[in-house]
Design a protein around this ligand. Structure first.
Ligand code: AMP
Ligand code: MN
Ligand code: MN
Ligand code: MN
Length: 300
């Protein structure tokens, strides 16, 4: 659920994508856009790769925009549940992290081939080449690249419709995939001196019991924060995950999960505001911004 415009916003964004994964902007364009929007702190968190961090970091330095090096890693939990763990403030040269990410990336082309075959069975051709056309790095080809292709050939008018009809679990174009394990990913992030954050928790559709089990495990493995302030969340969901954070002694993080300009109204550099009592993860990089927690700080 996303309702970006109805919510108070803060100029902090700890979750965004460039064309090195499934975003469309270059890292420099992403940073420049965030800067133009008046962002106070930005993290680039591409899926399973750190290739864009040097360019983004250089550009941010030139603009004097505080920048956090990040990554969003794909995890399979309890055999079937895909989770995304964001690592913030990572050292991208850490060997354990580099090797781990290489392993996570390795299965995507094979998954694309399987999806291509499923689409052929349903009369839709060209998915393999079509998706790769949109992927800068073929090893990072993903479902959003397929969705862009199906929009481009006129089958759908928006990528989220492709997800709804074809690309989510249970739909005919979905291929289950085994990503990395949660303990491994937490260890890689810890080795890289990063802060592990459970990304967009509402996306997983977990009821209270499995969510409680997940958060207990996440905390035990060194988890630090929940992305309660995801741009995907409603006001009620934000409060819900702020409460979970408190229950599990976790901090809260925020992010736009921006992929492309005006695809869904999300702006890079902005996130929903959080209740003022929530312990925010970003004081590490921007101590002076602790006031950005308050709903009173609304700027739009
Ligand atoms: P993948 O890692 O290739 O399985 O793709 C996951 C990506 O697909 C996410 O990071 C989002 O960018 C996108 N995505 C997943 N679910 C949806 C959805 N329901 N609507 C729009 N985009 C989605
Ligand atoms: Mn994505
Ligand atoms: Mn994600
Ligand atoms: Mn993301």
């Amino acid at each position: 659920m996303s309702c970006t415009h109805a919510l108070a916003q803060i100029p902090i964004d700890l979750h965004s994508h460039s064309y090195y994964s499934d975003g469309v902007l270059s890292p420099a364009e992403l940073v420049q856009t965030a800067y133009n929007n008046g962002t106070a702190l930005l993290a680039l968190t591409d899926h399973d790769c750190t290739d864009g961090l040097a360019e983004a970091s250089d550009c941010a330095e030139q603009l004097h925009l505080p920048f956090v090096k990040g990554v969003e890693i794909s995890v399979t939990w309890q055999n079937t549940q895909t989770l995304h763990i964001v690592g913030l403030g990572i050292d991208p040269t850490c060997p354990e992290l580099m090797q781990g990410l290489k392993m996570v990336r390795s299965g995507r082309l094979m998954r694309l081939k399987k999806m291509h075959d499923l689409f052929i069975e349903h009369g839709i051709e060209g998915v393999y080449e079509g998706a790769l056309h949109y992927a800068k790095n073929p090893l990072l080809v993903g479902r959003l690249h397929i969705a862009r292709y199906l929009v481009q050939i006129g089958l759908f008018d928006a990528t989220h419709h492709v997800f709804r009809y074809y690309l989510t679990p249970g739909k005919i174009g979905y291929v289950p995939h085994h990503w990395a394990s949660l303990p491994d990913v937490m260890a890689w992030i810890r080795h890289a001196k990063g802060i592990p954050v459970l990304a967009h928790p509402s996306r997983y559709g977990l009821t209270a019991k499995p969510m409680t089990e997940l958060l207990q495990t996440f905390y035990t493995l060194g988890g630090i924060a929940i992305e309660a302030g995801s741009a995907r969340h409603s006001v009620a969901e934000i409060q819900h995950y702020v409460d979970y954070a408190k229950q599990f002694n976790l901090e809260v993080s925020v992010g736009s999960d921006f992929h492309a300009p005006s695809a869904d109204g999300r702006r890079v550099g902005f996130s929903p505001a959080l209740p003022s009592h929530a312990p925010c993860v970003w004081y590490r990089w921007l101590p002076a911004a602790s006031s950005h927690r308050n709903h009173d700080d609304r700027i739009s």
